[in-house]
Design a protein around this ligand. Sequence first.
Ligand SMILES: C[S@@+](CC[C@H](N)C(=O)[O-])C[C@H]1O[C@@H](n2cnc3c(N)ncnc32)[C@H](O)[C@@H]1O
Length: 390
Amino acid sequence: MPSIARPSIPAAAAPHRSSRERHADVVLSGGAGGPSAAVARDSGAERCERTARPPLPDNPWSTPSEAVRLVLRGRTARQALPIAAVVGTILSAVNQGSVIASATATGDTWLKVGVNYAVPYLVASIGYLAGRRVTAQRAPDALEWQRYVAAFHDERPAVTERLLARADHSPYDWLTEPLHGTSGPVLDLACGSAPTRDVLPHARWLGVDSSAGELAAAARAGREPVLRARADALPLGTGSVDAVCAALCFPLFAPIGPVLAEIHHVLRPGGTLVALVPSRPAPHPTGWLRWTGLMRALGIRSQPWPTPEARDGLGTILREHGFTVDSEQRRVFTLDLSTPDSVELLIDGLYLPGHDERHIADAKRRLAGRARPGHRLPLPLRRVVAHLPA
Ligand SMILES: C[S@@+](CC[C@H](N)C(=O)[O-])C[C@H]1O[C@@H](n2cnc3c(N)ncnc32)[C@H](O)[C@@H]1O
């Protein structure tokens, strides 16, 4: 069973420290040395170290349909054909040899001969597949998720922004609509490559993220200021921001309570929180089937998240943590998947902890090969607008 990739804990993911110590980690893009210099210093300490794991066999499979596909594509033939040839010939000679030799064979005789070869072929195929099953992973714990997400974003910065750029409308425009009248500072929590900087050009904007790779991408795009910190340890003063926006990050926070406590701390009383979260695909003819097909190809039932209840249940969680929820809206965007590149980008943008890279690469190749002009995938998102009591 392949184990979860275990990158080392980034500096920003170190255990909780005093606020003064935390301030020492802050990387302000406008500060001395600039973000790239600081980020480059940090990333050296964040090299991934992978645990030793058994090599993956050729032709791995995890669902029965994948196993059947391997048989139909002849992937088991190299092992099964010689066995079927020997066993089938012996069985046919013993059981049907005299009938065939006396030239009295009927259709029934030849059917039996066929079965003599088919059965050992199938048995040998099952033997071949038995050693290649990739079993479902146990769920990673919070620390494993943290390490996985840190390595994921350092290895593929801006992946979320690039993927959402393929949507029919900008989810970032939708997210930030309620903030256009905000005159005070706006904090983009877990800003990634900072796409909201461009859609809030006149705001006193500040981006925070724990990934050095993502912040370097933001800096390359000229999106400033950004600082490197964890969402549950923000180096900002009490009530220092007027609004917080958070795109596609709440289901990543595990546990979510300390992050909400930190938002309470930095958001002024009466301040606004706008959040965008993935919403479950509805069981509706095309959309649901396409997500199901995608998940099946990847050998999973649904996309894993460390805090899945913070998707459609985010409004409830915010109420439980003292926020007043002003609105909750679900909107289905459409992703263009008409080219192999777009399919590969979609799969690159999914969190798949514990999945063997070769298995993912195989699914990616198959799905990318099916990309056709006009192929689209519904992308349901939920926007929650809330505020702190004044
Ligand atoms: C799906 S990406 C979204 C990025 C950006 N908001 C966007 O929409 O393009 C999630 C982001 O959350 C960041 N992140 C995850 N856990 C974090 C934490 N505990 N503190 C700060 N950032 C975190 C990741 O580094 C990543 O940039």
